[in-house]
Design a protein around this ligand. Sequence first.
Ligand SMILES: Nc1ncnc2c1ncn2[C@@H]1O[C@H](COP(=O)(O)OP(=O)(O)OP(=O)(O)O)[C@@H](O)[C@H]1O
Length: 374
Amino acid sequence: MIRFEQVVKRYADGTVAVDDLSLEAPTGQITVLVGPSGCGKTTSLRMINRMIEPTAGRIFIDDQDVTAANAAKLRRGIGYVIQHAGLFPHRKVVDNVATVPLLLGQSKAQARGRAREVLELVGLPGDFADRYPAQLSGGQQQRVGVARALAADPPVMLMDEPFSAVDPVVREQLQDEFLRLQTELGKTIVFVTHDIDEAMKLGDQVAVMRVGGRLAQIADPAYLLAHPIDDFVADFIGRDRGYRALTFTSAPPLPVVSEPTVVLGATPEQARQATTDRWLLVVDAGQKPQGWVEPARIEAAIEPAMLHRGGTVAREHGPLRAALDAALSSPSRRGVLVDDDGVLRGTVRAHEVLQAIEAADRPDVDPADIAPTR
Ligand SMILES: Nc1ncnc2c1ncn2[C@@H]1O[C@H](COP(=O)(O)OP(=O)(O)OP(=O)(O)O)[C@@H](O)[C@H]1O
């Protein structure tokens, strides 16, 4: 656990960047610090590994007072990831990642072996290791940054806007992979972002800070969305917080309807025989949804390039927000639901998801009973 006790940081020019901050970041969880520009997030983070010294107050990692620790030694035991990755441009990726294991006394061969292991873990296998940072995309560089922080297997990771410099699609991929990795690794993580969506997606708990370095509220995302403590927090977490809260609402059983399908490679005749509807769902040989086609408009066997892929896919027993999004984004207005292995279960319509949402507040009601027929 990381614990801030009444921490203050006043810079030499008199700026109070952090003011009386007390909070706990539990072991094995992700605690996100979020807030507007200049509210003291980075300053708070850097006081944990003593890149910045507090003016007053104390910070503990488990029972160790970090201000009493040897700063260099402390830093080697804490992974640190920053925006733009901060890689050494003239060192190969593998040597960037091997930096801390080498400092910790591993032989070059051991450290490089470990570096290749963690590179694989973050999705950069094989010959990526032998490239230079400039030969990687922005998203790949960020992965190297994460790999470097993980190389010495530190129990604590500090992450300062690690995914901010990449485009939204890559960013989402990095976030998803990061969450998957964290379920395996269970690190104690403090994560700084100014993006409330990122905070809500990644945080086990989210600390909202206000300018002047004061903590406004700390809670798990669902609680924060439901009970913002004041107008500042309510405004900061956004006007669509009712919709966002659906991320944390699991579906009561949705009235899933089986959906006609054809398999990739099917002929136009097979597609037209499969349905009289305008849209037809295409699956692969393993029954995994691939996209939609309009049977009346196809003239050749169905191939991937012909598919309408705009619709999202939701897990049958996943959050209601994803199910609603699947319905709203589907060209047929039928949202595609899959099981945990990605295999098609059927479809659901937006109004049926909305009924499930209402029923989620009324656990005595079975949504199947109140869903009208289509
Ligand atoms: N070395 C410094 N000297 C004086 N003031 C500083 C120094 N570093 C930061 N500050 C000020 O302290 C306040 C908090 O800065 P900090 O970088 O911690 O905020 P932040 O929330 O991380 O901001 P951002 O999201 O814009 O990165 C700001 O007003 C900033 O201008």
